[in-house]
Design a protein around this ligand. Structure first.
Ligand code: PLP
Length: 401
């Protein structure tokens, strides 16, 4: 049996089937390249949902992980460590926020933002106890915990997992009037992705986030942006909200915060909002551990030192322009920002999966999202030559199969 077949058989037998991955078994990675157990090399055009913006196994991250893990790995927050204070300072200086709260997974950071905004609603805004409402968008993706899936508009994410958490209202994505109408005296927050990733790299109408920010300010509602996938360079800005010149009340980050080296997430906000947490209110054993903080500090420095934000803006524009030159009977349109592009297929294209499988045969790993969108999101360290190489395969797949 081939190594690939053996791994797939073992995973199918012993692992729960909550994913349907492409049948490629990876064993190595470096930069934008990954290698499977048969020795075949691929360009990674998913970058672990933008966790690997800095590229696979970045040598600086490997070094920091090795050094910090040999020095001190975990203290819990019962004691202090000498990495968390510096990550907190560097993150706040980089983003212009006053405070941060570190967690591990993205979903935990979203939960943290939900808890903070509810408590802020009761203690600062004066909402009656247990009446807080948070407005979210149709097509959202904020993670997989029970509370977060409670306000998903995707039935599969909720089916069989009830009873669901109340206190959320869903409006159409990009519809500022709907937001205005949904706000009432109990509204504590509007939670939104500046660009919806899992929904298929959906870019809202220009001005939507700006209007949303104004509405939030006028009504004393917190604007919470989920930048877990869109943040840290992916869209050609450090944070996607910068494209609309707004200053959200809370920013949620994760994924590329560690360059894919370790689970690290965080919530950034003001003293007024994060100040609602008192000792014992909230926490996590691994949140803010020394490895996580050391890795995140280095991951942020890499984004700056290697100009990944600027690269994403320039190369993303180049890639989108080149894609638009491809005439394909299957493509409805292309959309995106920075190195984050959705190829939206027509109904008659037979679904995005078969295109992703054809790309895999040509050495590119991409993942379909929502049946008819091919998502393009390579590590931001990709070069123009590598993009040109990928374009040959993409063109072939979009025009010949
Ligand atoms: C991935 C993602 C999450 C969840 O992060 P996990 O680390 O998988 O829990 C939340 N929001 C957005 C926008 C994401 O892309």
């Amino acid at each position: 049996m081939s190594a690939t077949k053996e791994c797939i058989a073992l995973e199918n037998q012993y692992g729960a089937h909550n994913y349907k991955p492409l049948d490629v078994v990876l064993t190595k990675g470096s930069g934008i390249w990954v290698e499977d157990v048969e020795g075949r090399r691929y360009m990674d055009f998913l970058a672990a949902y933008s966790a690997v913006n800095q590229g696979h196994c970045h040598p600086r991250l490997v070094k920091v992980l090795q050094e910090q893990s040999a020095r001190l790995a975990l203290t819990s927050r019962a004691f202090r460590n000498d990495q968390l204070p510096y990550l907190a300072k560097e993150l706040c200086e980089m983003s212009g926020y006053e405070m941060m709260l570190p967690m591990n997974s993205g979903a935990e950071a979203v939960e943290t933002a939900i808890k903070a905004s509810r408590k802020w609603g009761y203690k600062v805004k004066g909402v009656d106890n247990n009446n807080a409402e948070i407005i979210v968008c149709d097509g959202n993706f904020h993670g997989r915990t029970t509370t977060i899936i409670s306000f998903s508009s995707e039935n599969q994410y909720k089916d069989g997992f009830g009873p669901l958490t109340p206190g959320f209202k869903i409006i159409p994505y990009g519809d500022a009037d709907a937001l205005k109408n949904a706000i009432n005296k109990n509204t504590v927050a509007f939670l939104v992705e500046p660009i919806q990733g899992e929904s298929g790299v959906v870019v809202p109408p220009k001005g939507f986030l700006r209007e949303a920010a104004d509405l939030c300010r006028q009504n004393n509602v917190l604007l919470i942006v989920d930048e877990i996938q869109s943040g840290l360079g992916r869209t050609g800005a450090l944070f996607a909200y910068e494209h609309e010149n707004v200053k959200p009340d809370m920013v949620i980050i994760g994924k590329a915060l560690s360059g894919g080296m370790y689970p690290v997430s965080a919530v950034l906000s003001s003293r007024e909002v994060l100040g609602v947490f008192n000792p014992g209110d909230h926490g996590s054993t691994y949140g803010g551990n020394p490895i996580a903080c050391a890795v995140a500090r280095e991951a942020l420095k890499i984004i700056r030192d290697e100009n990944l934000v600027e690269r994403s803006a320039e190369l993303g524009e180049y890639l989108l322009n080149e894609l638009r030159k491809i005439e394909s009977q299957y493509v409805d349109f292309y959309r995106g920002k920075g190195l984050w592009i959705g190829i939206v297929l027509k109904k008659n294209a037979g679904g995005a999966r078969r295109f992703c499988e054809a790309l895999q045969e040509r050495g590119i790993l991409a993942k379909e999202t929502h049946e008819n969108v091919i998502r393009i999101a390579p590590p931001l360290v990709i070069t123009r030559e590598e993009i040109d190489q990928a374009l040959i395969a993409i063109k072939e797949v979009l025009t010949q199969i």
